[in-house]
Design a protein around this ligand. Sequence first.
Ligand code: FE2
Length: 536
Amino acid sequence: MNILGISGGVMAGNQDGAAAVMMDGKLIAAAEEERFVGVKFANGLLPKNATQFCLKQARLSIHDLDCIVFVGATYTNFEEILRRYFEFHFGYAPPIKLVDHHTAHAASTFYGSGWKRALIVTMDYSGDRKSTTISIGAEGRIETIEQMLKPNSLGIYYSAVTQYLGFQKDSDEYKVMGMAAYGKPIYDLSKILEVTPTGYHFHHEFIRGVASNMPAPSKQERLFDVFPLPFPARLPGSTITQTHFDLAASAQAQLENAVVQMIKHYVQKTGIDRVCLAGGVALNCLMNQKIRESGFVCELYVPPVCSDAGLALGAAYLHAAQSSERPQRLEHAYWGPEFSADEIRFVLARAGVAYREVSDPVAVAVEKILAGKIIAWFQGRTEYGPRALGNRSILANPQIAEMKDTINQKVKFREEFRPLAPAVLHAEGAHYFRGYVDSPYMTQTFVVKALAAQKAPAIVHADGTSRLQSVHASTNPLFHELITQVGRQTGVPMVLNTSLNAYNDPMACEPYQALRTFFTTGLEVLIMGNFVLEKR
Ligand SMILES: [Fe+2]
């Protein structure tokens, strides 16, 4: 069966449009719409470009699809809207099915894990009126045993704090997470996010909407109006003080307390200690570390795409499972577009830039990294998900202590408190990180050992953690070879790895996007396939 899963949409709050094509339970292609339109999160869009790419990659026409599965079970009249949309843009609309938002999140992580049995926890802002669900995955099926309805939401809680700290909700939550390392959890937020024996209760009465008849939070809210925090909300762009870092640390700690308690309760209740996470809250890699280290969880799976972009995959998985197909485990995250040498050469010629073609791009990359250069590394298929995993990456030498600040200032144009992460050979991870387990998607942090702090200071965050990527030869041989050679020459099998984009842009997907990032930032070398560009 050929299934197209899609997320995104045209309603308020719809973002993270994505498409995924699955054939007989096996994923063929998946990509986020933002990569094609060049606007982060692609708010309010259905994934037209991503769908076109997925069909092309799968060598299918729209007529070959058995079903289109969209996430939005509570949406009114949406099959009809989608039918017209596909008829208009693609000339034909296959049968359309709507599925539940959180069940699709659960499917994205449970079937992706490949586990036979797991406790599945989904947490986000909200979707189909739910904000958290607890399910059991077993024998190929997902059964939800508990759900928390909006606005009892961990996602709304964290978004509200994000707004209070002067950042954009539904976008900048990771800044709060990054700030937490610089603060102390001195504020008691238990009256806002109460930890209960079974998990949490979010006291949303502390959040006021723009008007009494409008949902909270809204852009104009004054969070904690009636809550005695000793300082007002930070205005966007104003100075960030220690008070703000302390509030971020307090909010992060309370989230961790609540989620660890919730998972402890349901692990004990069900007797299942293998846990799959999904939903936007599962992007919180510090929280994921606390879950992993809680002592209640024997194994933790966090997929490469926890956000609503992962719903495209989840929807496809769910329909495949419900159609008695066997959903196949997700083995890697490289499901987006790739470009041939001719296609890259064409773009370079059109741009009229100087370049050279080399036979061994890995050797060039290693030489430049060891010379202290910041390089853009563009190879193979684009990553599905927010993290660059060695195909659309900016790479540098983690042994140079000031490299983090240099990249944040000259290339990413972002705040100095933002950490940068390492890609490390899986076989070597345990030498450098405490409690190391395989973490191929950069979804969890680890406490660094003294050896890593000494040998690779640029990858250590202020709290002594690092959000590493485990690199395997089986899933990315070229990137594995690059890091192997770095390790051979320096004794440290690690590179600093961040996504190939600047500030608010989505990650580069196509060659022209990489060129634009290269020429408008402080990047020094760009290696696309076998082509090398260098600034004087
Ligand atoms: Fe969601």
